[in-house]
Ligand binder design. Structure first.
Ligand SMILES: Cc1cc2nc3c(=O)[nH]c(=O)nc-3n(C[C@H](O)[C@H](O)[C@H](O)COP(=O)(O)O)c2cc1C
Length: 468
């Protein structure tokens, strides 16, 4: 029989073993013996071994279809916690995946076993559980969800949330989430109308936290009547479903995005400039599509003849150097799209005053010097580099090959290549034909309007973000 040396195991496995041994109060060797004994006793070979390391993502979670919506249900320590078990069922009936966190107080009212059996996955209770933290952790609990529902939301949980406490798993996850939070408060009417609770409620509303209920009616524990009864599971499930549907329309909600657009004007003198035929239509369309998808958009635009888009922060610039400066000022962002047709050169000897045409004098020579390369500068930043940097390549020949070369040279993540030869009518026109170049390959997109290109790009970005 082969011998096994613990020292030869990989570090991850050793760490897991040490954690298990510490928890069971055994030496690591004894823990290994126990595990092997248990494995040998196991008659079925398809049972996952106790050693099985946690899956890299969503450990303990049944694999959900990619478009399945996820709710993190935080159950607080109130008598209404029993109704939250029904809420799990109601959410699941709607095809929503539910992951539960129970506060310590909640465990006095319902068991993790019951919540876990209904949710169909592991229930989390302890901020300082080494295995839990190693496996999923409060940050992942907070991030891997589309909505957080707190039901029942106790007076205590509301007070902690209003004041930013994070001294247990529930409050730490609540503080670390980007997702919308829906509270279903439940408490005695005196507790509900207490000035402190009402103050906390007002603070939470100002912080963007949503509430459902409490309803009026009989309280389960005391038979008292009044406001403080938790909204019914069906009501909470319907509200959650509605919120999840709204968030599906805003796949870029919470994302900061920077988009450059239009040409730059490089002065020859105070009245003349070098420019190009870029209209800014494509960049503006992307900015509007991204804003419609919920992104917080800053559009940095060169001089264009387009109406200012609404609901978008707009910074107007003239030259490439001004554009770079505005881009740097806007960082950090999550996604940067460089759609502007930035002039490669500027006039080194631009006149301070209007250059005069004088009879008999030779025409002036314009001396060109290179402009900063905005796409490359931002792509190569050591700090504050956006997670996704997307450039455009306007080419008149060898479109795909030049774009692939540009992707490597500039260090960006994606390039949208288009053929801007005069016969295509793309520069200044209303349609565009894109080839998306990524590290994985080239994706030809159909000829379509610049609005449709923008919508397709935003959908592609949303999918990329969801994957990560
Ligand atoms: C029997 C019983 C019922 C309770 N019901 C509620 C309740 O409905 N609402 C509430 O806010 N607190 C209620 N509490 C008090 C909470 O359990 C207590 O404030 C606890 O610290 C809440 O912890 P948590 O907010 O971490 O879940 C109840 C306590 C007991 C003993």
């Amino acid at each position: 029989m082969a011998s096994l040396t613990i020292r030869q195991l990989d570090d991850r496995l050793k760490k897991l073993l040490r954690l298990r041994a510490a928890r069971s109060g055994r030496s690591v060797e004894d823990e290994v013996r126990t595990i092997l004994r248990a494995a040998a006793d196991e008659s079925g070979t398809d049972v996952p071994g106790p050693f099985e390391p946690p899956a890299p993502k969503s450990a303990g979670r049944a694999a959900a279809a990619p478009d399945t919506k996820r709710v993190l249900l935080i159950i607080g320590g109130g008598i209404a916690a029993y109704k939250s078990l029904d809420l799990i069922r109601r959410l699941k009936e709607r095809g929503i995946a539910v992951r539960c966190v129970l506060t310590k107080a909640a465990e006095h009212f319902v068991t993790p076993l019951a919540a876990g059996a209904l949710a169909g996955e592991k229930v989390f209770t302890d901020l300082f559980d080494p295995a839990g933290e190693f496996d999923v952790g409060h940050i992942r609990l907070a991030r891997e969800t589309d909505l957080v529902v707190v039901a029942p939301a106790t007076a205590d949980l509301m007070a902690k949330m209003a004041n930013g406490h994070a001294n247990d798993l529930a409050t730490a996850a609540l503080l670390a989430t980007h997702a919308k939070i829906l509270l279903a408060p439940a408490m005695n009417p005196l507790m509900w109308f207490n000035k402190a609770t009402q103050r906390n409620l007002a603070q939470l509303a100002a912080d963007g936290v949503l509430t459902i209920g409490p309803n009026e009616g009989e309280k389960a524990e005391s038979g008292e009547r009044g406001t403080g009864r938790m909204a019914e599971p069906l009501e909470i499930a319907a509200a959650a479903e509605k919120l999840l549907a709204a968030s599906a329309d805003k796949p870029l909600a919470g994302k900061r995005m920077l988009i450059t657009s239009g040409p730059t004007h490089e002065p020859i003198d105070p009245v003349r400039y070098i420019a190009n035929r870029s209209s800014g239509k494509q960049g503006n369309a992307i900015a509007m599509a991204a804003a419609a998808a919920g992104a917080d958009v800053t559009l940095i635009s060169g001089p264009v003849n387009l109406p200012d888009p609404t609901g978008i922060k707009l910074i107007k610039v003239e030259t490439a150097r001004e554009m770079l400066e505005a881009v740097e000022r806007t960082l950090p962002v999550d996604i940067a799209i460089f759609a502007a047709a930035v002039a490669d050169w500027r006039v080194a000897n631009a006149g301070e005053q209007k250059i005069k045409k004088k009879a008999g004098q030779a025409t002036p020579d314009l001396l060109l010097t290179e402009n900063p390369d905005i796409l490359s500068t931002i792509s190569h930043r050591k700090s504050k580099r956006p997670k996704l940097v997307i450039g455009f390549a306007a080419e008149t020949e060898n479109v795909a090959a030049n774009a692939k070369d540009k992707l490597a040279r500039k260090g960006c993540d994606w390039i949208l290549a288009n053929d801007v030869s005069p016969q295509t009518g793309i520069m200044g026109g209303d349609s565009n034909t894109i080839q998306l170049v990524t590290a994985e390959g080239i994706e030809p997109w159909p000829p379509q309007s610049k609005q449709d290109v923008a919508a397709m790009l935003v959908a592609r970005i949303a999918a990329e973000i969801a994957d990560k």
